[in-house]
Ligand binder design. Structure first.
Ligand SMILES: NC(=O)c1ccc[n+]([C@@H]2O[C@H](COP(=O)([O-])OP(=O)(O)OC[C@H]3O[C@@H](n4cnc5c(N)ncnc54)[C@H](OP(=O)(O)O)[C@@H]3O)[C@@H](O)[C@H]2O)c1
Length: 249
């Protein structure tokens, strides 16, 4: 029996980048995976096909996770397709991350990032909570970033929204612990994915104690551990997965 057999996982932005590897890894471990995406059905269908070819179970469902109505529909559709409620929620999706000086940033730029990293996890968590509370078990995993410890000039809107996830994670962990629901934050370092094509990561890698950039599997393996019963006494934690570039706060 696989470690996530019988579990249902929803991975937001699960169609490409880090989310794609998270989706495949949870499916390999036996979970039925909802691969959420917003715009590109080809990537989502490719990810689902790869999971099915490997003997796993997955469905692609389109939804803008910053939209309250669509989030409700996403959860309803997921539960109908899978025949049960969500056990594992991975808040992974990201929209554009604009490079802007403070002078060029507007409040709207900050709100756009908060929409992805605070509003969307809130809407999704609210929508899955009753099922998790009934089961007295659940896993909520927020994907943050090492920039909450390092800062990043010209990306302050992104860093501010990612930083909010730390207090949010700890408060949710505190509130949901009595229901057997764990909430944790994973902070990746630089993990080149499709959208980074053409960027030379070697300069960044030299600054990392383990002297390499991340690969999506580094993050997916941490998600797998935090999804499993092996981590049942770990909640409210901030885990840096970045080759020792920073230490957790
Ligand atoms: N890669 C890194 O170096 C790195 C470093 C630190 C932290 N992170 C964090 O890791 C997570 C994944 O990053 P990534 O680089 O793998 O991202 P990515 O490759 O850009 O993928 C983004 C995913 O989010 C989906 N998406 C975009 N807008 C959406 C919306 N409104 N509703 C639902 N889904 C939406 C995309 O679907 P469509 O293609 O259909 O639009 C896609 O599946 C993010 O939270 C990011 O901040 C990444």
């Amino acid at each position: 029996m696989k470690i996530l057999s019988g579990k249902i996982a929803l991975v937001t932005g699960g169609s490409r980048g880090i989310g794609k590897t998270i989706s495949k890894t949870l499916a390999e471990a036996g979970a039925t995976v909802i691969v959420n995406y917003a715009n590109n059905s080809n990537h989502a269908n490719e990810t689902v096909a790869a999971i099915q070819e490997a003997g796993g179970k997955a469905f692609a469902i389109q939804a803008d996770i910053t939209n309250e109505v669509m989030v409700k529909e996403l959860i309803q559709d997921s539960e109908e397709q899978c025949g049960g409620t969500i056990d594992i929620l991975v808040n992974n999706a990201t929209g554009p991350q604009p490079e802007l000086s403070i002078e060029d940033s507007t409040w709207k730029d900050y709100l756009d990032q908060l929409d992805f990293f605070v509003k969307a996890p809130l809407l999704l968590t609210k929508a899955v909570l009753s099922g998790m509370k009934q089961k007295q078990e659940g896993r909520i995993i927020n994907i943050g970033s090492e920039v909450i410890q390092l800062g990043n000039s010209n990306f302050s809107s992104y860093v501010t929204a990612k930083s909010s996830q730390l207090g949010m994670t700890r408060s949710w962990a505190s509130e949901l612990g009595p229901y057997g629901i764990t909430v944790n934050l994973i902070n990746p370092g630089f993990v080149p994915v499709e959208r980074h094509a053409g960027i030379d990561p070697s300069g960044y890698a030299e600054t990392v104690p383990l002297r390499r950039v991340g690969v999506p599997q580094d993050i997916a393996s941490a998600v797998l551990f935090l999804s499993s019963s092996e981590s049942s006494f770990i909640s409210g934690q901030s885990l840096s997965v970045n080759g020792g570039n920073t230490f957790g706060i």
